[in-house]
Design a protein around this ligand. Structure first.
Ligand SMILES: *[C@@H]1O[C@H](CO)[C@@H](O)[C@H](O)[C@H]1NC(C)=O
Ligand SMILES: *[C@@H]1O[C@H](CO)[C@@H](O)[C@H](O)[C@H]1NC(C)=O
Ligand SMILES: *[C@@H]1O[C@H](CO)[C@@H](O)[C@H](O)[C@H]1NC(C)=O
Length: 331
């Protein structure tokens, strides 16, 4: 899209340039004027704007993606679909949507954020209304905590002022300085407007490994009892999840009152992935690359991963994370 509109603009200017040489000064002025107006119109036509042409939620698309591209996450999938669909179909939400996604590496937290973005914004993760903050990248130095706090506030305020349907993703919440998130707490709350800006139509997504251990323990217990993983319900995980997130002093959530003030709408657990899910990931990745999915290759990829706990070897240590690069090697 971007490359094409640059090309169109270039073409117009070249055409104008050629015409200019052929006419007298008055005609030239007119032609240049028309060229510039046309150029601007076309530029605006292709430039992403904060309206329904560029931002339109596709509930069917999200359901489809969650059903066919995300594996082993029956709880997360259900909560995400319900939360996002409900929020996006509400013309008058009382607060922004705040999701906190928890789980081990490679279980699909980043991936789900991407699916959400793709089904809301035409440009998906490339949209200028989707913002990703990574603690190690944006907020690396403990000593500059105060600066980061005000910077983050300004960014969010500036971006929501630009477009109220903005989406903010905070990756690696575990590595974020405790307290940083406090600075944006007011934005997540039930305020009509703050300094004339309403945050109620924005989406905030927090990603972290916090609580991952307690999720694994629950899933492992089910597994040991020979029970079906799909029998696990949110309530089996919720209490231990919110406790371990809140009490973990390594987490960016530590002692913030995001949690006790109920500013987080949904805690979404991501379960550790088993061998069969890794196989599904590999098959899906082949399909996405237009290679004929090959069960044999998928099995070889999955067999090559490391599984834990040491004695049972049930869950993939890196989930589906390394599948992409591994496939290059096997196909
Ligand atoms: C919504 O998603 C479905 C399924 O992916 C797709 O077929 C449909 O074209 C999408 N609708 C719009 C308006 O993009
Ligand atoms: C929006 O957020 C980005 C960081 O993702 C920041 O660089 C930019 O300055 C912000 N825009 C405004 C208008 O504040
Ligand atoms: C975090 O908690 C652990 C155990 O609860 C404790 O050993 C450690 O000293 C704490 N770290 C900080 C920075 O408070």
């Amino acid at each position: 899209m971007r490359a094409r509109h640059v090309y169109v603009l270039l073409h117009i200017f070249l055409t104008v340039g050629v015409l200019v040489n052929a006419f007298d000064p008055i005609t030239t002025t007119v032609v240049v004027g028309i060229g510039a107006t046309l150029g601007r119109t076309i530029y605006n036509y292709f430039r992403e704007s904060c309206d329904s042409k560029w931002i339109a939620f596709n509930a069917t698309g999200l359901r489809n993606d969650l059903d066919t591209k995300l594996f082993g996450q029956h709880i997360a999938s259900r909560i995400i679909l319900k939360a996002v669909s409900g929020f996006m179909s509400n013309e008058n939400p009382k607060k922004p949507l705040v999701l906190s996604l928890h789980g081990w590496t490679g279980t699909g937290k980043n991936f789900v954020s991407k699916l959400i973005a793709e089904n809301i914004y035409k440009e998906g993760m490339d949209s200028s209304f989707v913002h990703v903050f990574t603690s190690t990248l944006h907020f690396p130095h403990q000593s500059q905590k105060a600066t980061y706090k005000s910077q983050l506030q300004q960014w969010i305020k500036g971006n929501v002022t630009n477009c109220e349907r903005s989406m903010f993703i905070f990756d690696e919440m575990d590595k974020m300085h405790p307290g940083l998130i406090d600075s944006i707490k007011p934005y997540l709350d039930y305020y009509d407007k703050l300094d004339g800006v309403s945050y109620r139509k924005s989406i905030f997504i927090f990603l972290s490994n916090a609580g991952g251990e307690s999720i694994i323990q629950t899933v492992l217990d089910f597994w040991k009892q020979g029970r079906d993983r799909e029998e696990i319900e949110l309530k089996d995980l919720e209490t231990s999840l919110s406790l371990s997130v809140f009490n973990n002093n390594q987490s960016g959530f530590y002692r913030t009152n995001l949690i006790d003030k109920n500013l987080v709408d949904f805690f979404v657990p991501f379960l550790p992935l088993e061998y069969r899910h890794v196989v599904q990931c590999a098959m899906a990745e082949m399909k996405a690359r237009d290679i004929k999915p090959d069960q044999d290759v998928a099995d070889r990829v999955a067999r090559d991963l490391v599984y834990f706990p040491k004695s049972e070897r049930v869950f993939s240590v890196k989930g589906c994370k390394t599948i992409e690069s591994k496939l290059d090697y096997y196909t």
